[in-house]
Design a protein around this ligand. Structure first.
Ligand code: ADP
Ligand code: MG
Length: 298
């Protein structure tokens, strides 16, 4: 393609809300034959909500949520925000919930949080956090988790003073049109893969809903980048689509990194292409534009 054609292509992208950072990014996009998608905030809306509370012990919901929210209010994770938002419903003054003080707050990245509230030890997070903390998981909790994950929801476990007392079901639905994007990519001979820090059960259910058959769950940021490199080593030209800080290493490693416009600044910085409208369809817009520019398709 001539420099003029590249300039035109980049300009057309910009006018459609697809920000292409330079000619190399536009060129690489037409060779892409494999896309790695982050789950939360990329394939899903990214605004999780609490949809169910299952208590394993007799407890007053108001008191349960007071302790859990006092712990989670210190975390920036979308799951934490969902829990605090839901817990407000149990306060007299929802606008000004005035949570009790939490001491010794600790955030365990990719697992959950811990704190002392009203002299009780709270642990809130996924199953692997409970196992690390030597909290035993009773059979009924295992059953609730399985059920939750089968519904494509994430189960968050709550332990108080060393005992598992509840499971929250958190739902973060797919973006509308996500399934169509995956099937159009398939027809364009582009393979789709999903990576997520969430658990395998929930990840499998979401993947099935959206029509992706290859997934990596319980992935740390470095796993996401490793997966990209592994695909490249086996001959794929790889695009990564993500929105989070934890996607940045993979966005950099990919042949084409695409960031969701509504994502974190660090992801946008790390990407070659920014989807300003945060629409998944624009992954196809970007590849199309590149194919038109470099393959001279009309
Ligand atoms: P993702 O955002 O893709 O779910 P993360 O690595 O951020 O990936 O988190 C992985 C999992 O750890 C979450 O799905 C959740 O189960 C758990 N987790 C992380 N942070 C928290 C938190 N503040 N409270 C409860 N659970 C959490
Ligand atoms: Mg994400």
């Amino acid at each position: 393609a001539t420099p003029t054609a590249v300039m035109v292509g980049t300009g057309v992208g910009a006018s459609q809300g697809v920000l292409i950072k330079g000619g190399q990014a536009l060129e690489s996009a037409h060779k892409v034959n494999c896309i790695v998608f982050d789950k939360t905030g990329t394939l899903t809306i990214g605004k999780p909500v609490v949809v169910n509370t299952r208590l394993l012990k007799t407890m007053v919901l108001r008191e349960f949520y007071e302790l859990v929210a006092a712990t989670e209010v210190n975390s920036e994770h979308p799951v934490a925000k969902a829990i605090v938002e839901y817990a407000k419903k149990f306060r007299e003054d929802e606008e000004n919930p005035a949570w009790p003080e939490a001491q010794d707050f600790k955030s365990i990245t990719g697992h959950g949080v811990k704190a002392i509230v009203r002299n009780k030890e709270l642990i809130v997070g996924n199953k692997s956090l409970m196992l690390e903390e030597n909290i035993s998981i009773p059979v009924d909790a295992e059953e609730i988790l399985e059920e939750t994950e089968g519904l494509a929801q994430t189960g968050i476990l709550i332990a108080i003073d060393g005992e598992l007392v509840g499971v929250l079901a958190i739902s973060d639905p797919l973006k509308p049109g996500a399934g169509e994007v995956i099937s159009i990519l398939k027809s364009m001979k582009v393979r789709s893969i999903m990576v997520t820090g969430d658990n395998w059960g929930t990840a499998n259910s979401i993947a099935k809903e959206v029509g992706i058959d290859t997934i990596i769950a319980e992935a740390k940021p470095e796993h996401k980048a490793e997966k990209v490199k592994e695909l490249q080593a086996s001959g794929y030209i790889v695009a990564m689509v993500g929105d989070g800080i934890n996607d940045s290493p993979a966005l950099v490693a990919a042949d084409v990194g695409m960031a969701i416009g509504a994502g974190t600044d660090i992801a946008i910085e790390a990407a070659d292409i920014v989807l300003m409208k945060s629409n998944l369809e624009d992954v196809i817009t970007a590849i199309d534009l590149s194919r038109k520019t470099f393959l001279r398709i009309r």
